[in-house]
Design a protein. Structure first.
Length: 636
């Protein structure tokens, strides 16, 4: 009898570990140096492969997104091993390389006059966009509070992108400004600046610190902003969904460390992430701190004061910059009036307003995040289609210039914000990709799992049913929805799935969403569906992770013209010339030395787009996290 019980116990314990074992296996591959996920400095690359063009325009760039996934991966590893030191190491690397240390003149910032207004234009060809000093802007209610909390004029936030191998050669390594191609180490860099039609194929990468050493007479500044004269300056842009994901990772690290009696191991790191959450409030404000709600007409819509310029949603970016020290003592900060539902993170807002370890120190921060949490939950309701999927987002600034919206958008506004089916970018439309659905709903499901907030239950029930109806599971394989097509305006919006693809990261994020939903609601069909998705993914395991070849549909755009005003000329550090004959490849000649370049040559010669293998850090870690989460939730 005893023996039988013992045998059962042994069987049960091996059974119990299948998904945690798969986590460990995937984790090991991600950390296997021969696979190349990390640089020599320990920075996670956007992908192993270098010829990758999507939001980053090179695979060995990295993003704040990748860092946020890295933190989350290490939080799960902490749960699995009981040792959270790798979580601390991930954050130390993040802080060292992607929170810009060089912000020399932020002390000269005047929060009563945060930035000078410039229109966003519809197409890149309309840039530079002239600064307009006469357009009213509001007051920044955060700066002095943050300065008094932390004792300095500094923005503690991640810049969104690093050129990890310094491929462009600007050499904006931490604390340095245009140290050039010989500088070793990750270099801060930026891309998009020219409105919704400026896809990666049409953008002009530029340094985050511009002393006019590269580019043209005025560095890169006069490509974007029209002014009478130009001042050497530094500038950074945050992608707030990534900072919010870092907070979300910290939330789980705190929960799991408490379970493992290991909270003291991570308390310093967690308090720094709470500090990030304090500054992350900049994402909740209108671009020019104008009053939020029915803000129509750049001259008519007044500047805000106090918090009336907050929409309380996690917007697409916030940005900050200033003069180089020998050239002036001024700085600027902008928020963003446009919010995509896909960026919302109710779990992060909950953590920053309800979890003691993560409550930021500034006096109004907890209240701001509590307001944000409620507003985000309302947004999901506002944007949900009868089918279940969520439509784009809302904006306080129609067309990025406080234009008059079409009349169909002014009836049922969201707190005076206008519905936008494709906030911020149009090439491709920002809400076409299914991934926004799984990313955001995953956080909503985690929030529901943690709080059992009854208002969220019907929303998730509808979404998960839609997702399960539209994912194809067949013969142990899967096809995810990829392109979504939208019709109508709230409250009458509808969605259709256009094409399906074999996408790794959206499959794992969906599996995790369903797993959290199932664990909270007892929906066994959702649990089973999640399991099937994870099992289908696991079939593609190889030495590098989960590998599924893909055919990137835009890789015929390497010779696409990049708009440069006629007469403007400049150079990149490697000598590539930027002028009105610029194309994507002409200003990125380094791709011609890439191991995959011959594939592009064949496409450019008229061939079909061949298959590529990409190992994106975010997707591979997302799979690992999904395995781990399933194992943790269901003990399987
Ligand atoms: C609103 O109306 C405009 C003008 O008729 C139309 O072009 C647009 O597609 C409509 N918007 C939506 C989201 O249906």
């Amino acid at each position: 009898m005893k023996l039988v019980i013992l045998l059962l116990a042994v069987l049960a314990s091996t059974q119990a570990g299948v998904y945690l074992d798969r986590f460990k296996e995937q984790y090991k591959k991600i950390h296997d140096a021969s696979n190349g996920y990390f640089s020599k400095e320990g920075v996670p690359y956007h992908s192993i492969e270098t010829l990758v063009v999507e939001a980053p325009d090179h695979g060995h760039e990295t993003t704040s997104e990748a860092y946020s996934y890295y933190l989350w991966l290490e939080a799960v590893n902490g749960y699995v091993t009981g040792d959270f030191s790798s979580f601390n190491e991930a954050f130390a690397n993040l802080e060292k390389y992607i929170i810009p240390s060089y912000q020399p003149t932020l002390g000269g910032y005047n929060p009563s006059s945060p930035a000078t207004y410039a229109d966003e234009k519809d197409t890149p060809n309309e840039y530079p966009s002239a600064l307009e000093t006469g357009v009213p802007v509001g007051q920044d209610p955060l700066f002095n509070e943050l300065k008094s909390t932390y004792g300095d004029a500094f923005i503690y936030a991640m810049h969104w992108m690093l050129d990890v191998d310094n491929v462009y050669g600007f050499g904006n390594t931490q604390g340095q400004c245009e140290a050039g191609p010989s500088a070793s180490g990750p270099s801060l860099i930026n891309t998009f600046q020219r409105g919704p039609e400026e896809s990666v194929w049409r953008t002009i990468p530029q340094p985050t610190c511009d002393t006019f050493k590269y580019g043209g007479t005025n560095g890169f500044l006069d490509l974007f902003v029209g002014d009478n004269s130009y001042t050497q300056q530094w500038k950074y842009t945050a992608a707030p969904d990534a900072d919010a994901r870092a907070v979300q990772a910290a939330f789980w690290a705190v929960q799991w460390a408490k379970e493992k009696n290991a909270l003291s191991q991570i308390s310093d790191t967690v308090s720094k992430i709470a500090k990030m959450g304090d500054y992350l409030r900049y994402s909740l404000f209108d671009k020019y701190f104008k009053k939020v709600g029915d803000c129509v007409g750049k001259n008519a819509c007044p500047g805000g004061s106090g918090k009336d310029s907050a929409h309380y949603l996690i917007s697409w970016y916030f940005a900050w910059g200033g003069a180089m020290p020998d050239h002036g003592n001024w700085a600027w900060i902008i928020g963003d009036g446009a919010a995509h539902f896909g960026y919302q993170n109710p779990l992060a807002a909950y953590a920053l307003s309800n979890v003691d370890e993560l409550k930021p120190k500034s006096s109004s921060a907890v209240e701001d995040w509590a307001t944000s949490l409620a507003r985000q939950l309302e947004l999901y309701e506002y944007l949900q289609t009868p089918e279940g999927a969520f439509a784009g987002g809302v904006t306080n600034s129609w067309k990025g210039r406080y234009d008059t919206p079409d009349s169909n958008l002014t009836k049922d506004t969201f707190h005076g914000l206008f519905y936008d089916w494709e906030p911020v970018y149009h090439d491709p439309p920002s809400n076409r990709w299914y991934g926004m659905q799984s990313w955001s709903t995953d956080r909503l499901a985690q929030y529901y799992y943690v709080t059992k907030d009854a208002t969220v239950e019907p929303i998730l029930k509808k979404w998960t049913a839609w997702a399960m109806d539209n994912i194809i599971l067949e013969n142990g394989d899967f096809q995810m929805p990829d392109h979504l097509v939208w019709d109508g305006v709230p409250p009458e919006i509808h969605v259709k799935v256009d094409i399906h693809t074999h996408e790794i990261g959206t499959a794992s994020a969906t599996a995790r969403t369903l797993a959290y939903w199932a664990a909270a609601s007892g929906d066994t069909a959702a649990k089973d569906f999640a399991k099937q998705l994870l099992d289908a993914l696991y079939k593609y395991a190889d030495t590098k992770g989960i590998t599924i070849p893909e055919t990137p549909d835009m890789y015929n755009r390497f010779e696409e013209p990049v708009y440069v005003p006629s007469g403007w000329t400049g150079t990149y550090p490697n000598g590539d010339v930027i002028d009105s004959t610029a194309t994507f490849i002409k200003i990125r000649s380094f791709f011609k030395d890439d191991p995959d370049w011959s594939k592009i040559e064949k496409i450019l010669a008229g061939g079909d787009i061949p298959e590529f293998e990409f190992h994106r850090f975010w997707a591979q870690t997302d799979v690992a996290i999904a395995f781990g989460t399933y194992g943790i939730l269901f003990d399987e």
